[in-house]
Write a protein that binds this ligand. Structure first.
Ligand SMILES: [Zn+2]
Length: 599
C-alpha cells in the first residue's frame, strides 16, 4: 500500500509556501505577470532605439522571467507530489500557457539583438554600464548571427516547429500505448507481463532463465515493427540534418554542439579515446563471466549483478549523515548550507506517496531554493540518489548565488558533473570504510556498472548516432536493414570477441529514446570523465584543489562550458581526461578481480 501524502510528517515534505504563502498570492503574481507580458510586446518598436531602451528592455525581460520561473516552480512543487491533484495540475496548465504567451511576446528580441551592429552595441555598453552586465547573454544570442535566416525564414521555421518535432512524440505513444510485449515466466515462475518499463529490471535478474526470456521476448516484438520505427527515426534525423543545412551549419552534429557552445571535436575525442581502450571493457566482461559462473557471456547477462546485493536497509536519517559526511571534503560552507537546506529549509521531498511523480530530480535557481524530489525507500541506491541530487542542488546554489540572474544557469554540457562527483565520492568513501569483502565487492560492482553504462555505453550510442546522421546527410535511406547492420557492427566492436552477441540486439536502437535527443548522450560520458578526474584530484591534492572545484561551481553561465571546466583544471579538448576515466575504470576492475581471487 502506498502511503497517503497527508500521513507523511511535514519535515519530509518540501514546502511550496516558501515561494508564495498561498494560492491567492500565486494568483496575484500570475495576474501581474500576465499584464507585464502583454505590455512587453510594445517594446518591439523601441528595443534597439537607443542604449537606454535596450538596457530597460533587457532588465524588464529578466524580471518577468524570474517571476515566471517562480510561478512555474510553485506549480511544479504543488503538482509533482500528487499528479491526481487537479487543482495543482490546473496551476501548472496556467503557467504553461503563460510560458507560451511569453515565448510569443519575446519572439522579436533575439532577431533584434542579432541585427544590432557590433559598433553600436560596443558604444551603447560604454554609455550604459547595465548593458555590459548582459554581455554574456548578448554574446549567447548574437553568436547565432551567421546561422540566422531572413525574418520570413525564421517565422516559417518557428511556425513549423510543432510539426517538425513530432517524431519523438509519435515514437513515445507508439511504444508505450500501442506495442504489447507479451508475457514471460518471472522469477517466481508465474507469468509476468513484459513492459518497456520493467524490461531492464528483468535483465538485472539473478536468474538467467528470466534474463534470457525477457531479452528474446522484447526483441521478438520489436522485430515486427522495425519498418515503422526506422521510418520514424529517419524522419527525425532527416529533419535535424535539413534544418542544420538550411541554417548553414556544416552538419547536424555541428549545429547541436554549437548550441552547447562546444565543437564536434569534444565528441570525436571521446569516441576515439574510448575506442583505443576497448580492451579494458573486454577485460571487464571476462571478470563478469567468471563472477556469474557461466561458460559464455551472452548479451542478456551483462546487466546481471556480479554480487548478489544484500538487502541492507538504510534509513533516510542515515543517508543524510552519509551524504553530509561525504561533502564535508568540500569544506564547511558547502556542508552547512546543504545540512541547513535538508534539515531546516525543507529542500527535500523524501518519501513516495500515492500519486507522486517517479524518480528523482533537482530544481530551483535564482531566488528559489534548490529543491529535490526523491522517492526514498531505504536502499543504498537511494543514498546515491540523494548524493547525486544534492550535487545538482549545491551546483545551483553556488551558481545562482555568485552571478546575476542572466548568468546564473549552468548549461546542460556541465550539468551532470557536480552530481556524479558526489556519487563517486560517496561510493569511494563507502569502499574505504567497508570492513567485509562482500560489501566491498558490492560497491565495486556498482562503480564498474556506473562506468560501463555512462562512459562506454553512451559513447557507443554517440557513435551510432553520428553514423546515422552522416548516412542521412549522404542521402542513404535509413531502412531497418541499414540501421540493424550498422548497430550490430558497433555492438560487436564494443563487446569484443569473447561475448556472444545474440542477433536480436541488432534491434536495440528501436527501444532507445535518446536517439531522438539529438547528440545528447555523449554528454553523460564527458560529464562522467570530468567528474572522475575531479574526484581523483580532490583525493590527491586536497584543499587547494577543492577551492578550484568550488570556483567551477560558482561559474554558472558566466563562461563557456569548456572554460568553466578549465577553472577546475579539466580540459575536455584533450584526450587525457577521458584516458584517465578509462584508467579509473580499469583500476576498479583490477581491484574487484583481486578481491575475488582473495575470496
Ligand atoms: Zn542528474
Amino acid at each position: 500500500m502506498t502511503t497517503v501524502r497527508k500521513d507523511i510528517p511535514e519535515q519530509y515534505k518540501w514546502d511550496p509556501a516558501a515561494l508564495y504563502p498561498d494560492v491567492a498570492a500565486f494568483d496575484a503574481a500570475f495576474e501581474q505577470a500576465k499584464a507585464d507580458i502583454a505590455a512587453f510586446a510594445s517594446r518591439e518598436q523601441t528595443i534597439t532605439k537607443d542604449a537606454a531602451s535596450l538596457a530597460e528592455t533587457l532588465e524588464t525581460q529578466m524580471a518577468i522571467e524570474l517571476t515566471i520561473h517562480r510561478l512555474y516552480e510553485y506549480a511544479q512543487l504543488a503538482s509533482d507530489v500528487d499528479l491526481s491533484d487537479n487543482a495543482a495540475l490546473g496551476l501548472r496548465g496556467r503557467v504553461q500557457n503563460l510560458l507560451d504567451d511569453w515565448t510569443s511576446a519575446t519572439a522579436f528580441v533575439n532577431p533584434a539583438l542579432i541585427r544590432l551592429e557590433e559598433d553600436t552595441l560596443a558604444a551603447w555598453m560604454e554609455q550604459q554600464p547595465s548593458i555590459k552586465a548582459y554581455s554574456r547573454y548578448l554574446h549567447g544570442v548574437r553568436r547565432f548571427r551567421p546561422y540566422t535566416l531572413s525574418d520570413e525564414g525564421e517565422k516559417l521555421l518557428a511556425d513549423m516547429s510543432g510539426a517538425l518535432s513530432s517524431h519523438d512524440d509519435i515514437r513515445g505513444v507508439f511504444t508505450a500505448a500501442d506495442m504489447r510485449f507479451g508475457k514471460i515466466r518471472g522469477e517466481d515462475d508465474k507469468p509476468l507481463q513484459l513492459t518497456g518499463a520493467n524490461f531492464v529490471t528483468q535483465l538485472m535478474s539473478g536468474n538467467r532463465r528470466v534474463r534470457r526470456a525477457a531479452f528474446f521476448k522484447m526483441y521478438e516484438t520489436y522485430a515486427q515493427f522495425g519498418n515503422t520505427l526506422s521510418a520514424l527515426l529517419q524522419g527525425f534525423i532527416n529533419e535535424r540534418v535539413t534544418v542544420a543545412m538550411v541554417r548553414g551549419f556544416e552538419s547536424s552534429l555541428q549545429a547541436s554542439t554549437f548550441n552547447d557552445e562546444v565543437t564536434p571535436d569534444i565528441m570525436h575525442n571521446l569516441i576515439a579515446t574510448v575506442n583505443k581502450h576497448l580492451d579494458v571493457l573486454y577485460d571487464y566482461y571476462d571478470v563478469k563471466r567468471e563472477s556469474l559462473g557461466v561458460s559464455q557471456l551472452h548479451l542478456y547477462d551483462v546487466y546481471a549483478p556480479m554480487v548478489a546485493a544484500e538487502t541492507r536497509s538504510c534509513s533516510y536519517e542515515q543517508a543524510v549523515e552519509m551524504v553530509l559526511d561525504t561533502v564535508s571534503v568540500f569544506g564547511e560552507e558547502y556542508r552547512s548550507v546543504l545540512e541547513d537546506g535538508i534539515r531546516n529549509r525543507r529542500w527535500v521531498d523524501v518519501y513516495p506517496n500515492a500519486g507522486k511523480r517517479d524518480g528523482a530530480y533537482s530544481t530551483g535557481g535564482c531566488d528559489i531554493e534548490p529543491y529535490m524530489l526523491l522517492n526514498f525507500t531505504d536502499t543504498f541506491d537511494d543514498v546515491s540518489t540523494l548524493a547525486h541530487e544534492a550535487g545538482h542542488s549545491m551546483h545551483t546554489w553556488y551558481s545562482s548565488g555568485s552571478n546575476p540572474p542572466q548568468d546564473a544557469a549552468y548549461t546542460i554540457f556541465v550539468a551532470e558533473v557536480a552530481s556524479i562527483v558526489n556519487e563517486l565520492l560517496l561510493m569511494r568513501r563507502q569502499l574505504a570504510s567497508a570492513t567485509d569483502d562482500a560489501r566491498k565487492a558490492e560497491i565495486l560492482d556498482q562503480l564498474m556498472e556506473l562506468y560501463r553504462t555512462t562512459l562506454f555505453r553512451q559513447t557507443m550510442f554517440a557513435e551510432f548516432e553520428e553514423t546515422m546522421h552522416t548516412l542521412c546527410a549522404d542521402g542513404v535511406p535509413l531502412t531497418k536493414e541499414v540501421l540493424c547492420d550498422k548497430y550490430y557492427a558497433i555492438i560487436k566492436r564494443y563487446f569484443g570477441p569473447r561475448v556472444v552477441c545474440d542477433k536480436p540486439i541488432a534491434m536495440e536502437w528501436m527501444r532507445i529514446p535518446h536517439f531522438y535527443y539529438n547528440f545528447y548522450v555523449y554528454k553523460y560520458a564527458t560529464c562522467l570523465s570530468a567528474a572522475s578526474a575531479i574526484v581523483k584530484r580532490i583525493e590527491t591534492e586536497g584543499e587547494s584543489y577543492v577551492q578550484k572545484y568550488l570556483a567551477f561551481l560558482r561559474c554558472g553561465n558566466s563562461k563557456s562550458p569548456i572554460d568553466s571546466l578549465k577553472v577546475a583544471g579539466i580540459d575536455l579538448t584533450r584526450p587525457e581526461v577521458v584516458e584517465d576515466a578509462v584508467a579509473d575504470f580499469a583500476a576498479t576492475v583490477k581491484q574487484y578481480r583481486a578481491l575475488c581471487k582473495k575470496g
